[in-house]
Design a protein around this ligand. Structure first.
Ligand code: F6P
Length: 553
């Protein structure tokens, strides 16, 4: 048995989970009219209601005891003070330093990170203003109208998700586009309507080795230089954000066009750094600063609030409860705010790349479930696609419902309908409807006995499906910063409790290495015997078919 499972709080929770699996939330609500007051947290910009989970005060006390026993507060201090808690890469984890509002020095390895961060923010501001005000000119002397960010994973999802969420705040000084896929059709379609004289590319790659990003960046350089007929044009149209300055320079990017990244910023936590440049270019530096301030507000809350009132801690404990103790295998992220339509894709990387692991800090196999599959879609679209499954399948999928009290683009009558659905869904998922009620309803509608007999079982909703509700006051840079930081810290706390190394991502390396070998083999006559017969046959078929001239066009 692992050390985690031997903890007294863990054992208690296992016991409680057995009882809770036999209970229905309807009973818990009937027995305790104070559940909302007990199980919700209100902060200035957002409210979390976690009362619609299979919990009671004893469950929460035991979960909080687990957080204490696993030393969450101590690990939190280690993270914020710059201890190297990313042990497999021997790095500090300090994305919080990127949005720190204090001028106090933060010293790590003898370097004052506060100074470095402030320095970079100042450089970013100068650059952003220059581009937005039309002082940064392209090779033919024209102002920049379009920004194309080339990057993938953490160098794409965060900035793109935020750009989409905050569109309302853009003054359209520039248009921002994102290229992430090495499938050429994406970059071709994005570049097709653009004028190379007016485009600025940002090559965003912490490592500056990611094959997909490098390939897209090369294509972009070719596109530019085939229009300018001058390699020197690259200096006016390309900037990079990277921790690998050397690679960026040998790639052809001017030294003064390179924004630094630090090894203490993980890719999936990097939108607050230079990786956030497209956000700042789109919204202006003031709004970018507000985003950072919002995230810092959540950092302060995470550091200072007692564990029982601490939003990210509670979000993590509920996730661990639902997954590790109650056995759910996936979790849906369901925004009822169109601006957040990329949130689930963003959180997929944030949570699954961080905690989707099966060995413990000391390298031993983990003998309990870690994190669920994160998936989701804008709520209303989901309702007409997969909510059938959420309501009636045999798998229980806990879900986060995220809505806004005020819409950023109010249109008469729309928001009320949206929010009516928002509230209805969590109630329906919890309460369900039993067969007795279904039969009574059908009878009241005048249905025949035969019809009722046939249809009633299909209309039963067992309910008892856990949800969290997050209500934002309104989407704006501060509130969004706050929301993202809440999820970041949730993921951190999950990682501590589950004892996984949240800040590395070794699991993506095997596939990357193999892809590079296969790439060489597809382009040569290399012997394919090292592959299994399925992969080898598929590669041979592909090679044979690509040589034919009669491929469908
Ligand atoms: O392959 C996964 C990953 O390493 C992510 O962790 C990262 O966000 C992404 O690739 C992009 O990496 P880079 O910024 O170094 O190009």
């Amino acid at each position: 048995m692992s050390a985690r499972q031997a903890l007294s709080s863990w054992k208690k929770l296992n016991q409680l989970a057995k009882d809770k699996k036999t209970q229905h939330m309807n009973t818990l609500f009937a027995e305790d009219s104070q559940r909302f007051d007990k199980f919700s947290i209100e902060l200035p910009r957002l409210l979390l209601d976690y009362s619609k989970n299979l919990i009671d005060s004893e469950t929460m006390d035991s979960l909080l005891a687990l957080a204490e026993e696993t030393q969450v507060p101590q690990w939190r201090s280690k993270m914020f003070s710059g201890e190297k808690i990313n042990t497999t890469e021997n790095r500090a984890v300090l994305h919080t330093a990127l949005r720190r509002q204090s001028d106090e020095p933060l010293i790590v390895d003898g370097e004052n990170l506060t100074e470095q961060v402030k320095g970079q923010l100042a450089d970013m501001e100068v650059f952003v203003n220059k581009v937005r005000q039309g002082h940064w000119l392209g090779y033919s002397g024209k102002r920049i109208t379009d920004i194309v960010n080339i990057g993938v994973g953490g160098s794409n999802l965060g900035p793109q998700m935020v750009t989409e969420a905050l569109k309302h705040y853009s003054d359209n000084s520039v248009n921002v586009h994102y290229v992430s896929n090495v499938d050429g059709s994406q970059i071709v379609e994005i570049l097709r309507p653009l004028n190379p004289e007016k485009v600025l590319f940002i090559v965003s790659s912490k490592t500056f080795t990611t094959a997909e990003t490098m390939t897209n960046a090369k294509t972009a350089i070719n596109w530019l230089t085939s229009s300018s007929f001058d390699q020197k044009a690259v200096a006016k149209h390309f900037v990079a954000v990277t921790a690998n300055k050397e690679n960026a320079m040998s790639f052809g990017i001017d030294e003064e066009n390179i924004f630094d990244m630090w090894d203490w910023v993980g890719g999936r936590f990097s939108l607050w750094s230079g990786i956030g440049l497209p956000i700042a270019l789109d919204l202006g530096f003031e709004q970018f600063t507000a985003l950072l301030q919002g995230a810092n507000e959540m950092d302060e809350h995470f550091v200072n609030a007692p564990m029982k009132d601490n939003m990210p801690v509670i979000m993590a404990l509920i996730s661990v409860w639902n997954t590790t103790f109650l056995g759910s295998q996936s979790q849906a992220i369901l925004p009822y705010d169109q601006t957040l339509h990329m949130l689930s894709a963003y959180l997929q990387q944030a949570e699954m790349e961080s905690n989707g692991k099966s060995v413990s800090w000391d390298g031993t196999e983990i003998d309990y479930a870690t994190v669920p599959t994160i998936w989701g879609e804008v709520g209303i679209n989901g309702q007409h696609a997969f909510y059938q499954y959420l309501h009636q399948s045999n798998n229980v999928v806990p879900a986060d419902f995220i809505g806004s009290i005020a819409s950023v683009t109010p249109v008469a009558g729309h928001h009320e309908i949206l929010m009516a659905n928002f509230f209805a869904q969590t109630q329906a998922l919890m309460s369900g409807v039993d067969e007795k009620q279904v039969r009574a309803d059908l009878k009241a509608k005048g249905r025949t006995d035969q019809y009722i007999e046939t249809v009633a079982p299909h209309k039963v909703h067992k309910g008892n499906r856990p949800t969290n509700t997050i209500l934002l006051k309104r989407i704006d840079p501060r509130t969004l910063g706050c929301l993202i930081a809440a999820y970041e810290h949730k993921i951190f706390v999950q990682g501590i409790i589950l004892q996984v190394c949240s800040f590395d991502q070794w699991g993506v390396e095997l596939g990357k290495g193999l892809a590079s070998k296969i790439h060489n083999e597809l382009e040569s006559d290399a012997n394919l015997d090292s592959h299994d017969c399925s992969t080898r046959s598929l590669m041979n078929y592909y090679k044979k078919e690509t040589k034919k001239s009669s491929l469908p066009v």
